[in-house]
Design a protein around this ligand. Sequence first.
Ligand code: KG4
Ligand code: ZN
Length: 340
Amino acid sequence: MNNITLLAIETSCDEVAAAIYNTEKKLLSHAMFSQTEYHKHFGGVVPEIASRSHIVKINGIVSEALEKSGKSLADIDVVAVTSKPGLLGSLLIGVSFAKAIAGSTDKKLIAVDHLEGHAFSACIENDIPFPFLCMTASGGHTSLYRVTDYGKFETLATTLDDAAGEAFDKVAKMLKLGYPGGPIIEKLAGEVGFEDFFDYPRNKLNDLMFSFSGLKTAVLYSLVKKGVYSMEQKTLLTDDMTLKKQVASSFLNCVSDIFVSKISKALHEQRDYKAIAFVGGVACNKFIRSQIQQKVANKFNIPLFFPSPLFCTDNAAMIAFVGHYKAQRGEFSPLNFEVY
Ligand code: KG4
Ligand code: ZN
């Protein structure tokens, strides 16, 4: 296959997304429905609500992506779909839909790892030189990868406990700010000039591994100490917005410093990196981006890349990108592949 047109589907968590990608024209279209509104009352994703919504929305989203691209199902050569990791009920909707299309129309099928999708998401819009260091920070994952070629990456570090995005969401919940926490915390921090008021403890671990649960506990204790959080009722007792902004800003500074120190450490350990990529939902954060730019990329004199915000959070364009290079190599999956 020389000129491939590919349909990609992503349903690993609470977004249902589809994209159309062509070898020559690259990304032709993408469509997405996010269920944030359905889950925000619960402060996190409710798996059953997620899969029930996917089954309702998936056909419309795939049709929308096809329509936007000017292609029909008959033009599609390959169907790529996220097969792992994620919420099982959610994954099964996308995978069953993809298998049904591929099986009934005799198209090739490719199972894509969601994390590989994030790892190459900054490559959708940028030509990034290899090897590059990839910092993935999303709601479910925090990983540092050494990326040496398309599809070739080695995990240097993960998190020992919470993912970075999860920490944003938990701290926002603690402060009764709503869900998802990242954008709200960034906005409130900006209102107090992104200053660090409480100097929460930085990750003392001497290796590349991440840990965010200690920081979350430090935030909690600082609120308990001020007498504004009840451990018995597990609830915040104040509506003081100034305090909430100061906590949000201090927390953001701490998370940002953790990224800066781990990325710097990885660059010190191996000196041949030609670029850094910062990807995943947390990479939407402009403050953290600017800190990594100033304190790491400028210092080491290597370029920093990040995807557009739409391709930072879960999306099908990144699944299409990975599916496409796999299709070019003939790395297809059988119709009976498993879901994890
Ligand atoms: O990549 P993503 O959709 O999730 C997973 O694949 O797991 O990212 C969602 C996460 C949420 O935890 C959300 O709070 C965080 O990304 N996020 C942010 C920002 N925007 C989204 N975190 C920090 N700052 C932001 N501006
Ligand atoms: Zn993700």
